[in-house]
Design a protein around this ligand. Sequence first.
Ligand SMILES: [Zn+2]
Ligand SMILES: [Zn+2]
Length: 1022
Amino acid sequence: MANFKKVESNKKFPEMEKEVIEFWKENKTFEKSLTNRKDAKRYSFYDGPPFATGTPHYGHLVGNIMKDVVPRYWTMRGYYVERKWGWDCHGLPIENIVEKEMGSKKKKDIEALGVDKFNELCRSKVLTYVDEWEKVVGRMGRWADMDNAYRTMDKDYMESVWWVFKELWDKGLIYEDYRSMHVCPRCETTLSQSEVTEGYKDIKDLSVIAKFELVDEPGTFVLAWTTTPWTLPGNVALAVNIKEDYVKLKINKIIENNLNFSLKEGESYILEDSRLKDLFDLSIDSKMERQNDYFKSENETRKVDGKFNLEIGYEILSGKDLVGKKYKPLFDFYSKNEKLENRENGWKVYAGDFVTTEDGTGVVHIAPAFGEDDMRLGKENKLPFVQHVSMDGSFKEEMGELAGLNVKPIENHQATDIEIIKYLAKSGTLFHKEKYEHSYPHCWRCDTPLINYATSSWFVSVTKIKDRALELAKNINWSPANMKEGRFGNWLEGARDWSISRQRFWASVMPIWVCEECGEKKVFGSVAELEKLSGEKIDDLHKHIVDKIIFACEKCQGKMKRVPDVLDTWFDSGSMPYAQKHYPFENKEDMENNFPADFIAEGVDQTRAWFYYLHVIATGIKDNNAFKNVIVNGIVLAEDGKKMSKKLKNYPDPMEMFEKYGADSVRYYLMSSPVVAAQNMNFIENEVGEITRGMMRMLWNSYSFFVLYAEIDKFEADKNFNPQKLNGLLDKWIVSELHMLIKEFNEHMENYELHKASRLLPKFVDNLSNWYIRRSRKRFWKSENDGDKNEAYQTLYYVLMELVKVMAPFAPFMTEEIYGNLVHGSQSTVHSKESVHLADFPMADESLIDEKVNLDMRMVREIVNVGLQLRAKNAIKVRQPLSELRIMNYELSEELVEIIKEEVNVKEIINVKDIREVENVIWDSGQKVGLNTEITEELKLEGLARELVRHIQEMRKQAGYDVENRINIWYHVENPVFEKFRDLIAKETLANQVLLKTETMESDLEREFEIDGEKFIISIKK
Ligand SMILES: [Zn+2]
Ligand SMILES: [Zn+2]
């Protein structure tokens, strides 16, 4: 009755996997996994959308596989798990691709082309790599509904984004402010806090100490240090700390100056007193108590470290003494402008509590348009506001000879700073310059150094809802758990208001219209409202369309125009729970049933991005979490531990890996690695190969073994099979191990610890293949079909079926192949489902778990391993019987002792309490197992007999005999082994007789060989 498909033992897995993909396609297995469960409980999964602006890399692979493993698992657990795919379509990644194609260098180039043309170009390019993605996603075995993917550029999606915006607006969580922001001068847009944090890298800059001459004390200069010389033309004040003391150092005579300070005789310099030590290697005690011997009087000559030889005078000032002093501007581009507002307050010394004495001179140069502290000080003291740089990073035209220079040119970011330094040197205001290495933010997309720049921006008031967000976040289950308080918690704790407006083009837009006359604002949460008010039909919500919509102000009849900014792309992604369903305009109930998500997964960088924005928006508009469980993955690095780089080609192509080793192995490799626990991993191709050759091949061989014999014995699955009623120790043990596996596996999966769940598998497959099946072989081989043989068959069948279900989420291909053949070939009525992925996931039956049996067998395997190692170490073949194996304090049943005897090939197992010095007994390093290595004459002969048996078995195969054929054996050379072990040889080789060669014998095959230096000639005949 058995009807198994023949299993090729050396089947190429990638080939098998492609057959499975075809099977899924033909049978619509993915669709069935949904329709079968359509009335089941919901398990909600949200997909964080990738950009289709490049081909998938290993980071995507990790994400995609996690997003397949978990939904597959919960589907098998009986839930309806929707798997809607998404595409991120907006923002700088696609804009930059189009800009590159246009050859555009500046935002103005786009404006010249026309925003409508530019946006349509973006739309046409955004899905360029979709086909490539579909290929890779399909080949890796991820089931996702890509046909009904949400796309952030679709009108429905964008309308829901408006709705989210309006909800936040109505709750008072959106406001506009003029602030110091980080802007990218190339992209000419502001960036959010998280975007800025993403792009920090170390660069070498030039730092400068400039001399600011006091108006009332010619020849006396306040020294101020800056790492951004290009901001100096925007200087309008200096700040000192009034809690500190400052020193005025007068240079009376320069005898020698070996440092790069432009000291001049007769000039005086003011700086904070403790900074004197770092800068000049001098220290002056502020209380006039001379603790060092550098100065004996106010006019003294000192030589310090051979660098200076000066005559110096000094005076101690308090910070307060300096406040209010006027100084000469370094540049006169703005100071001469009489129309400059608050001009009278400019170019004076002010008190600033942010002034530290850790570096520089303890005096801070203040340019309110280019820094947060600067801007605050400027507002508090009504300082003039000088913005000498445009948002594109170039000096404005009033900057005279410097006009047009870019402050941080990407190709040489020091170039303009050098121009400033030259200018200072020429005008005698340069005190010192030096190289300075620091961590500096760059545009995450175009790599241009960012500049700190005062501008107007729109914000989501995260700080207002932060406490609630922190409270709600307590209920999120993170994997790994340390993300909760760590990366995510810390980021949320330090969260600032979210800058959501961008001065770009291809994005969702800000749905705010403002009256030109009276400033009345109107915010839209739906297309219908805008259509109603404007009287226009609107089919597209992109900038180039909606900017044209102008209508009359309800208050004053003035023109209402849209705020020209677009939205941060993260506003799109953070709105996906609502927008993917066009909520609340459609699918209201469906969305609400699926909110919050049971599960999401992304890389560790998303703790500051997608995870964060989902949470902020959900807190703001739903007073709820957006997700309950989240897995965070780390980064996949190249084999050498370096970043994977297309240029360096230091990693193998993912598709090639699938074709070489099979997607199952790649999936398993990644999922069992620390990368699914937010750590970085090095992708080592050979390790993928080891999984293919190891666990996957072992499983395949076990399956192939079963099918081969089950077909011969016409196996049928016993639908009344009851694992509770097993008799054999091995059977009970493997079933106990199986249920232990199921129990632990489910615990880890419920806890979203994929690496822990997957790492249970190789050990079990090894137990099954290298112990259960190997030790049970003879039960399958024996000719009589007794109860024991049937029990072995039913047990192995049962274990294989349950095992492939457990493994299905991680290795969906091979498990499908095995499951299908085992179900159909066995005429099973228990497993009626056509796919393993439509089956129910096994649940542990704890009554089947016998921890004693598991532990005992583990010990047996350990002892056997050590015993075999001791043999190998002493170069004694396993076939050579030995007299005894000593074990230390193991309590084992007779049955288990027999197993060890057989495996280690010893006559006796002796349980001892201590190591007594016994001749010939060698112990392992753990002193748990001792092997008697003495080979007596008798043992030697028996070993010889075993070797002979092996040779004769080999000859039987060569002669083409059937397994059950009986034979005759002749030996040509006398040896005592034949007298002593004739019966053993005959029994093992199915021989009727073992005789010395005669004249009349006729043989089928004759062979000559040597064993341990002795020559044998053997003939056999059927
Ligand atoms: Zn940029
Ligand atoms: Zn108005």
